[in-house]
Design a protein around this ligand. Structure first.
Ligand code: NAD
Length: 452
């Protein structure tokens, strides 16, 4: 084990040191997870449900503490951080209803009866990025545990603190020891071990498309199932017939929420050419009004970026960009950046094609519906997007035409715990959340009983 400094990105101060798991410690944790699974899988569905309800209640009791921890570790504005802790509570509550409803089927066959059982897969390895440390952890561990699996979870190196606290709260709620273990560590050590260790039977990976690709190819060695939630370059498509004031007011935070470090950030704004200039004029005051500053303040809309490295990566995209408008940023320590709107020169422009993962959004005009769909789809990604129009037929046509997993009409929301979430194309494989999430954490077993 080695010690690792965890920073507050709003102050650059060291918050604490965390011991990182090495391969040996990871293997020992996986062995404990296997052992814990032998009894966890036979806990009755009703008891598993009750334990998840209790876990949800304990998270609710600690919502403010978890939120404040995320404010310090990830620099999330406190309002966002409260939502994130509340999301873990809600996801646990939602999936506490699942064990008793996740049933098999009987299927009419000749010569007897066939029935199916959704069986737990075993140890599930969860690899979490730094941008939403709490919700992304919960989206995997809640349904995985509900389905009778045990979980080893690796938080991102930069943001391990809330996941570690959730691991403690699970024990406080009465979950048996080692059913949910949190293993802070390096991606290429602990995360990679989840991929290569034969006793980890499934990997849920959320992060960049590049690492996701290597996780998937590593898992292929053992035909290990994966759920991948990867990058996004999502289009916000604004038609001339929309409520332009509402669309212009909402566009900045559709792109800059969580400092743009959001796989669902609307980092491409496509505006119908007849209202292009008008839309930009209406959007500018909203960009200037984004309150960037102390994440602990109730009035803050946008905190810092997660690290100096991330900020310089994002700033790199602005070197040669046509900057149309910017907001403000504080001076002094902290990885601050002003929200920035750039004009894409063409659909091939890097600011229009690459996931920048910072507070930068690129605008480009389009001609008509067909052109809008073509441009929205001119990306390797397909995670989310928005359509602003008053024409309901057009809204549905464009929503059906855009190749993305989560689309929103006249809003920028992407995530609800009760609806499926995930990406088309290089944004990933599989779906999290919603009523069917347990299917991704079970193997279907068919048993035939001869009737003679
Ligand atoms: P990242 O890919 O660098 O890291 C993600 C996680 O993978 C971290 O825990 C990291 O330690 C681990 N990791 C790194 N190398 C590894 C390896 N070789 N084997 C196994 N694990 C390894 O991504 P990031 O920079 O932390 O997060 C940002 C990315 O996450 C963005 O691309 C963003 O779009 C994506 N993301 C996607 C979703 C979604 O739901 N689709 C949600 C949030 C973030």
């Amino acid at each position: 084990m080695t010690a690792h400094d965890v920073l507050n990105p709003a102050t650059e101060e060291v918050l604490t040191h965390v011991e990182l798991f090495d391969v040996e410690a990871t293997d020992a944790a996986i062995a404990r997870s296997v052992r814990a699974g032998q009894s966890w899988r036979s806990v009755s569905a009703a008891d598993r449900a009750a334990l998840l309800r209790r876990f949800s209640d304990v998270v609710a009791d600690h919502q403010e503490e978890l939120a404040q921890l995320e404010v310090r570790n990830a620099g999330h504005p406190v309002g966002n951080a409260r939502w994130e802790a509340g999301n873990v509570r809600d996801v646990l509550q939602y999936y506490s209803g699942a064990p008793e409803r996740h049933t098999g089927r009987t299927i009419p066959v000749a010569g007897g009866t066939a029935m199916t059982f959704p069986e737990p897969i075993g140890v599930v390895g969860v690899i979490v990025p730094w941008n939403f440390p709490m919700p992304i952890a919960g989206w995997a561990f809640a349904p995985a545990l509900a389905a009778g699996n045990t979980v080893v979870l690796k938080p991102a190196e930069l943001t391990p603190l809330t996941a570690m606290r959730l691991g403690e709260l699970a024990l406080e709620a009465g979950l048996p020891t080692d059913v949910l273990q949190v293993l802070p560590g390096a991606g290429n050590v602990v995360g990679q071990r989840f991929v290569t260790h034969p006793d980890v039977r499934k990997v849920v990976f959320t992060g960049s498309t590049a690492v996701g690709r290597s996780v998937m190819s590593g898992c292929a060695e053992q035909i290990k199932p994966v759920t991948l939630e990867l990058g996004g370059k999502n289009a916000n498509v604004v038609f001339a017939d929309s409520d332009l004031d509402a669309a212009a007011a909402a566009a900045p935070m559709g792109a800059f929420d969580n400092s743009g470090q959001d796989c669902c950030a609307r980092s491409r704004i496509l505006v119908q050419d007849s209202v292009f200039d008008d839309f930009l004029a209406r959007m500018e005051p909203a960009v200037r009004a984004v309150a960037v500053g102390d994440p602990a303040s109730e009035d803050t809309d946008m905190g810092p970026l997660i690290s100096a490295q991330q900020r310089s990566r994002v700033e790199g995209y602005l070197q040669d960009a046509d900057i149309l408008m910017t907001g403000s940023r504080p001076d002094g320590p902290g990885f601050w950046m002003a929200p920035t709107v750039v004009r894409a020169r063409a659909a091939s422009d890097l600011v229009f094609t690459e996931e920048i993962f910072g507070p930068v959004t690129a605008v480009l005009p389009f001609r008509d519906e067909e052109d809008a769909i073509r441009l929205a789809n001119e990306t390797a990604y397909g995670l989310s997007g928005s359509i602003w129009t008053r024409d309901i037929g057009r809204a549905l046509r464009v929503a059906r035409g855009v190749e993305a997993g989560n689309l929103s009409v006249n809003s920028h929301s992407s995530v609800r715990y009760s609806t499926p979430f995930g990406g088309f194309k290089q944004s990933g494989i599989g779906r999290e959340l919603g009523p069917d999430a347990l299917d991704a954490f079970t193997e279907t077993k068919t048993v035939f009983i001869a009737d003679n």
